[in-house]
Design a protein around this ligand. Structure first.
Ligand code: GLC
Length: 556
């Protein structure tokens, strides 16, 4: 490690002390799915240098922070969520020096940096799993059932399909809630706790501003690992507490991490945060992850899964705000990520709805996460040939769409706002970004792209959309700029205003937001002066015509 790596770069200024009001309470955080963001070396895979070179784009977009998906040493059995060395950078993505330079460059631009931490499982190539003695203590091995132990220890299914157990050459079985290459850690072992705290300190020392905690609801399993007795467990994930997900015991881990994060931040006058990826069955159970002594944020997947209907949206927004308010936390909104069908496609293949949904999300109190490419209105890619697929769930026949969460499959989308992906697997939302030009790889890098990009993305590139006021990119830029300019938007109060059927109207300090979820125009008394709209809105004689599937912000 060089001298430079030993002194972390200063984070952007946060008001007050490490505890302060909380920069994260209303931050807009942009998810960089690194392998698909920008490639600097021509191997067709995005990398840290490529991301660093594009940071000015993110600054200009107007986000507050960047979340980088795993770039650690990994055999890439699950896009890097199978970590073999938590303190090393995979050569695919660059070097530790590159990570250091990216964090510094982000901070110089006033952007914070969040990195993933993957505590539920490691790679099967991790040195702990490679050593049989260590492995027995630090992972979940059990004898099989049946006369000669030939049956798995219980009926748990892998999220990616098939049994959650694999038998070793020694005859015993190990648990993997995801791919067999991702053995679950034994969190009853204090050495596991100590190791993850040390890993966090390693990255904090490098200057990161927080962690996105992967499968934050999974580390603790019910005592005795009881059977579930349900043949289609994927349908239960996020719908109820399971013996392997959302067990109460996980909260003790999050409390310990909060102490670590607060202690680290207080000592340096900064705020470093944890955001939970937790698929909890209700807003109330999700709120437990953001109690004052636990993590700072938890992705609100109930909102992501809501159908495009005014009543459903209103009730999920109310339930989310009430649940987080009850523990004093902000709500953390999200519409797309690397595990679900892009919301342009998920909301009935309608860019109009996607743009409206985004404006709604950005008008709500709290923090919001954007997934790379949604600012371009990218759709899910639905015609990837089998030979280019890489999602491990595709090969294991796992569940369709939202491989780690419920409700985005066609059956559960009540208004037919169907998932709409190719077949629900996750490569279609991970296709590399189009930056410029008329042909693939559209400026993604000097080589090709690890997944093929559609031939008709020339009009969707960053270059093509920049400066076009009707483009989705300029809509995002304008919304984020207004969010910064309007005091009280972000972490302020919200109330509902009267609105016709199918329309939502909510007021924020200085702003009224209308959402027409119907497929046709709706007229209503103009509530003010239009500030920004996802579709052209007209005001005649004090009557506003809200276009179908649109959202408008009004100055009041
Ligand atoms: C999380 C990640 C997902 C990954 C899984 C297993 O849900 O978002 O991409 O496959 O964890 O680590």
């Amino acid at each position: 490690m060089t001298q430079e790596l030993t002194s972390p770069s200063p984070a952007p200024q946060a008001p007050g002390t490490g505890r302060g009001p909380g920069w994260w309470r209303d931050a807009v955080i942009y998810q960089v799915y690194l392998r698909s963001f920008a490639d600097s070396d021509g191997d067709g895979i995005g990398d840290l240098r490529g991301a660093r070179e594009r940071l000015p784009y993110l600054k200009d977009l107007g986000v507050d922070a960047v979340w980088l998906t795993p770039f650690y040493a990994s055999p890439q059995a699950d896009g890097g969520y199978d970590v073999a060395d938590y303190r090393a950078v995979d050569p695919l993505f660059g070097t530790l020096q590159d990570a250091d330079e990216l964090i510094r460059a982000a901070h110089d631009l006033g952007l914070r940096v969040i990195v993933d931490i993957v505590p539920n499982h490691t790679s099967d190539r991790h040195p702990w799993f490679q050593d049989p003695e260590l492995a027995r203590q630090r992972y979940l091995f059990r004898p099989g059932k049946g006369e000669s132990g030939e049956l798995p220890p219980n009926d748990w299914e892998s999220v990616f399909g098939g049994p959650a157990w694999t038998r070793t050459d020694r005859g015993d079985w190990y648990l993997h809630l995801f791919a067999p290459e991702q053995p679950d850690l034994n969190w009853d072992n204090p050495e596991v706790h100590a190791e993850f705290e040390a890993i966090m300190r390693f990255w904090l020392d490098l200057g990161v501003d927080g962690f996105r905690v992967d499968v934050a609801h999974g580390m603790i399993k019910a005592p005795g690992l009881p059977d579930i007795g349900h043949g289609a467990q994927a349908q239960l994930i996020g719908a109820q507490v399971l013996p392997f997900f959302d067990q109460d015991g996980v909260h003790a881990i999050h409390r310990a991490w909060r102490r670590l994060l607060d202690g680290y931040g207080d000592a340096r006058g900064k705020q470093v945060i944890g955001v939970a990826e937790a698929w909890a069955p209700s807003a109330e159970r999700l709120a437990l992850y953001v109690r004052p002594d636990e993590l700072h944020q938890a992705f609100n997947f109930q909102f992501l899964n809501a159908p495009w209907q005014s009543d459903a949206l209103r009730s999920v927004i109310d339930a989310s705000l009430a649940a987080t308010a009850s523990v004093g936390a902000p709500t953390t909104w999200v519409l797309s990520n690397h595990d679900v069908v892009r919301h342009t496609t998920r909301l009935g293949g309608s860019l109009a709805r996607a743009r409206a949904a985004t404006l709604l999300m950005l008008a709500l109190p709290g923090s919001a996460y954007l997934y790379q490419g949604e600012e371009l209105g990218l759709p899910e890619v639905t015609d990837l040939p089998d030979e280019v697929r890489q999602d491990p769930a595709f090969f294991r026949g796992g569940r369709a769409t939202g491989a780690v969460g419920p409700g985005t499959d066609t059956e559960s989308a009540p208004d037919g706002a169907a998932a709409g992906g190719q077949d629900g697997f996750r490569d279609g939302c991970r296709v590399p970004l189009p930056w410029s030009g008329e042909l693939p790889p559209y400026g993604f890098g000097p080589g090709g792209s690890w997944l093929p990009q559609p031939a008709d993305w020339g009009g969707l590139t960053v270059a093509a959309q920049t400066g076009d006021p009707a483009s989705t990119l300029e809509l995002y830029r304008a919304a984020l700029e207004l969010r910064r300019r309007l005091p009280g938007l972000g972490d302020g109060p919200m109330s509902w205003a009267p609105a016709p059927d199918g329309v939502l109207a909510l007021t924020r300090p200085g702003l009224l937001c209308t959402v027409n979820t119907l497929g046709h125009d709706v007229g209503l008394p103009a509530p003010g002066t239009p500030l920004l709209s996802s579709a052209p809105v007209t005001v005649d004689d004090a009557t506003a015509q809200l276009p179908g599937d649109s959202c408008t912000w009004w100055a009041i």
